[in-house]
Design a protein around this ligand. Structure first.
Ligand code: MG
Length: 523
């Protein structure tokens, strides 16, 4: 199926290439504006809600820096996903493209300027890579080439947990005279009290002591019940390789699906479900129902413990009742949490055959200026953004006045947010910084040997092989796991059959493949 689709794209791309050649629409023509100034094309890819970049005044600073006119090509998400491969095959790339291309595009298409020897022309980029080792690694391929200047965003700077949070109803705990549970036994006792003692005070036993998400069908997803693995000492990265049932410990890639830790978590959930402390229907529940239960009617809380982004998941009526908590510790273990995951992502790439590379460097350099980076992310200074001091900014309510309009480029622009940035006025950032801080001391650091960095990228062949093995692995494993959680039946012989089956489907081959690429990028 996948191969057929790829073939069709390749054929389409071929036609486009011929058309491009015939009409001479390549990117190398040195266009000028009516005053004879260079006309530099910048492609940006934005969601439909993003207002026209032409209305964003901060972009004038880029034009002043390059003494050129910028011709913006603002492309919608859907249009981009349809045209990207054809444009690459045709060699038709803008002078600068921001966010649109990734490491695997750079590896396959020799269309981009290697910026590694151009950093002297971009002092801000040079400084950036000196101060932000992670961003530099993200930017650099295995041959030492740099095909893009990525963005790096430190707005949530107390703990980089990738949005995975465990939360508990503190109002209920206080009412019952209980503490935040620190161990599996304590959690079980607290959940029993939540179930039996009507902590929401409505005279009904309608409390859901611990609400968990369904397991899904393709892997271990966001806000997975298996975040409890962190209480057994395995640091998960559910939005990354944890999604494939893998983790990194001391530089070694391993799978957690066949560990005794994973088995213990399944058995623990089975106990909680059998005691009515986790709803029996949780594992087949639609995610909108999970959210609806967390928010209930906005007045009476029903959920005691849950996983989510931060307490805003409980809605404005109930969020104040909740606090974040560490993963309770399994017997004999030490708790950890999702490893640090720096928010570094694809940024600016320059066309190799651009007639305006010098101007492009000046534009990129200016875009990495502290204030311009923040304006690109949050909006024009004065109207939307206020600078309070060095690395200290406030976003005005005007920026959020119309929730259907993005006034800035946000993550689709180029931004180097300096570490430790103080940011005021963004409710969700304030909340995350307050609530995620508790994970800081227990989570593995981004530069430790207990995490898979996001800059580790496989080649296409290996990526396809891993993905092709994951399909049957999770098609088999997830229903089996759900069944054990709900109904029990997990014993040494059923466990052995499960482990053997996963290994026969290539789980250890996936471990080896990830190890190979981890080693290439980290050694
Ligand atoms: Mg009640």
């Amino acid at each position: 199926m996948m191969n057929i689709k790829r073939h069709v794209i390749a054929a389409t791309a071929g036609v486009s290439a011929i058309l491009m050649a015939l009409t001479g629409c390549g990117g190398s023509k040195a266009a000028t504006d009516s005053n004879g100034k260079p006309l530099v094309k910048i492609a940006i890819i934005t969601p439909a809600a993003t207002q026209s970049v032409k209305k964003m005044k901060w972009t004038k600073q880029l034009e002043a820096a390059c003494d050129c006119t910028i011709q913006w090509q603002q492309i919608g998400n859907d249009a981009w996903s349809q045209q990207k491969n054809a444009a690459l095959a045709a060699g038709d790339v803008a002078d600068i493209t921001v966010w649109g291309y990734n490491k695997s595009d750079f590896a396959k298409n020799p269309l981009f300027e290697d910026l590694s020897d151009d950093l002297d022309k971009m002092p801000n980029a040079k400084k950036y890579f000196k101060e932000d080792a992670y961003a530099k690694k993200f930017a650099t391929d295995l041959q030492g080439r740099i095909f893009q200047i990525p963005s790096s965003v430190y707005e949530r700077n107390t703990a980089l947990v990738g949005g995975q949070t465990m939360m508990i109803n503190k109002t209920w705990l206080d009412k019952l005279g209980l503490q935040v549970p620190k161990t599996w036994d304590e959690l079980e006792q607290v959940l029993k009290a939540f179930k039996e003692k009507d902590p929401n005070g409505n005279g009904k036993q309608d409390e859901i002591p611990f609400d968990i998400n369904a397991l899904g069908t393709t892997g271990i997803g966001w806000w997975s019940p298996f975040l409890l693995l962190n209480g057994t000492g395995i640091s998960t990265q559910v939005s990354q390789i944890g999604g494939q049932g893998l983790y990194v410990k001391n530089g070694k890639v391993k799978d957690f699906l066949t560990t005794s830790n994973f088995r213990e978590v399944i058995e623990y959930y089975n106990k909680l479900i059998s005691e009515g402390l986790v709803p029996a229907d949780a594992l087949t529940k639609a995610s909108d129902k999970y959210t609806a239960e967390m928010q209930n009617d906005g007045k009476t809380a029903r959920v005691g413990v849950a996983f989510g982004w931060n307490t805003s998941a409980f809605g404005s009526g109930l969020e104040d009742q909740y606090v974040t908590m560490l993963a309770p510790t399994a017997p004999g273990a030490k708790t950890t949490w999702e490893s640090e995951q720096p928010d570094v992502y694809n940024g600016a790439a320059v066309a190799k055959d651009s007639p305006y590379k010098e101007q492009a460097f000046k534009i990129i350099n200016k875009w990495l200026d502290p204030d311009v980076s923040m304006e690109s992310y949050y909006g024009d200074k004065g109207t939307y953004l206020v600078k309070n001091g060095t690395n200290d900014y406030s976003v005005k309510p005007a920026a959020f006045k119309d929730s259907s309009v993005n006034v800035s480029l946000a993550d689709r622009g180029l931004t180097w947010m300096r570490p430790g940035v103080k940011l005021h006025g963004v409710t969700d950032v304030d909340l995350s910084n307050k609530e995620w801080a508790i994970y800081k001391d227990v989570q593995p650091k981004a530069d430790s040997k207990d995490t898979m960095p996001s800059y580790v990228t496989m080649n296409d062949t290996d990526q396809n092989d891993v993905s092709n093995r994951n399909t049957p692995i999770f098609a088999y494993a997830l229903p089996q796991i759900a069944n054990w959680m709900q109904k029990g039946g997990l014993n040494d012989s059923t466990w052995k059959a499960y482990v053997d089956k996963l290994n026969s489907l290539g789980l250890q081959d996936n471990v080896k493949t990830w190890q190979k690429w981890y080693d290439k990028y980290t050694k």
